[in-house]
Design a binder for this molecule. Sequence first.
Ligand SMILES: *Cc1c(COP(=O)(O)O)cnc(C)c1O
Length: 385
Amino acid sequence: MIYLDNAASTQIHEEVLDAMLPFLKEQYGNPSSIHRFGRLTEKAINKARKEISTLINASPDEILITSGGTESNNTALCGIANLNDGNHIITSSIEHEAILEPCKKLEKQGFDVTYLSVNNKGLINPDELDSEITDKTCLVTVMFANNEVGTTQPILDIAKICKNHNVPFHSDAVQAVGKIPIDVKNLGIDLLSISSHKINGPKGIGALFIRNGINIDPLILGGGQEYGLRSGTENVSGIVGFGKACSLAHQNLNANISHMKNLRDYMVSKITNEISHTTYNGHETLRTPNNAHFTFLGVNGEDLIIKLDENGIAASTGSACSVKTQKASHVLQSMGFSHEQISGSLRLTVGIFNTKEEIDSTVDILKKVVSELRSVSPFKEKYGF
Ligand SMILES: *Cc1c(COP(=O)(O)O)cnc(C)c1O
């Protein structure tokens, strides 16, 4: 199999697994215990917290460990909303469901949510953000990089606008971490969501960066772990694995970025040159180094994925989460894509373990499969395939 769905999840790094195993076997102490079993796991968590914080240039005490990107987003949104007088939130129309769904819930509770529009490349307009902020605005949340088309937002501009208005700024950086250098101090971000399994770590673990001085209302109450912001006995092996994944991502950041970008650019140029009636979607330069998103006119994306799978290639139409609900992508709709363009879309996301040979095979198979599907397409006459 050739795995080109790294935006959905990634292969665990061998070193990450090795770091985790002792904590699934002999190191089973509760980190809150006073005896040496407890002290050992507590120490392992502290080390991991340091590794996580280093990747984004935060302090360890600004890292709240969660069960993943979804929980981090929920915690940021509800945690800020519950504590504030303001009842207005600003986000973008292309966020992940883990932002949009909590927004919907807050709307039901009486919050106003403004959804910023995006252009046909998936970029928000900072001026629109500036004009939408009111004295009721208690949070701005705009994703760092989009999970379907890879577009990266003008985060520095957004953070400056929020700072001018004295409104906290949260960013869902799940797709950006490990692919783009992120320095929360330089960027002026107040809250930032990260997920382990998108950077070759284990699933079910992630973090929310919360700048010192920002208060949030805890969603989970109990024994007071995680500074009282998220109670419950820590997922020690997961945390250790996540820490290791962050440390590897930090160490290899530049090499990983150029590896992924080289493969992606090579793949994009082959596909757009060798397959007709194909568009490369999203922004040319403001995008994550691993994301490629195409529309193959006259082809149904789901059929394409099934055919690719039969031929040993794992790909996606877009977000893994919206595939099951069979909804047309809200991201592509917001970017002004027609129904036909949305239907023919395919996302290929490379990872640190992919090779050039895999890309060559993928393009060969894709050529064959697209042409098979086009030979029976209802749009055959229209495009003259
Ligand atoms: C994957 C993803 C999430 C969800 O993260 P989990 O750790 O799977 O809960 C949130 N936002 C974006 C942009 C993602 O790509």
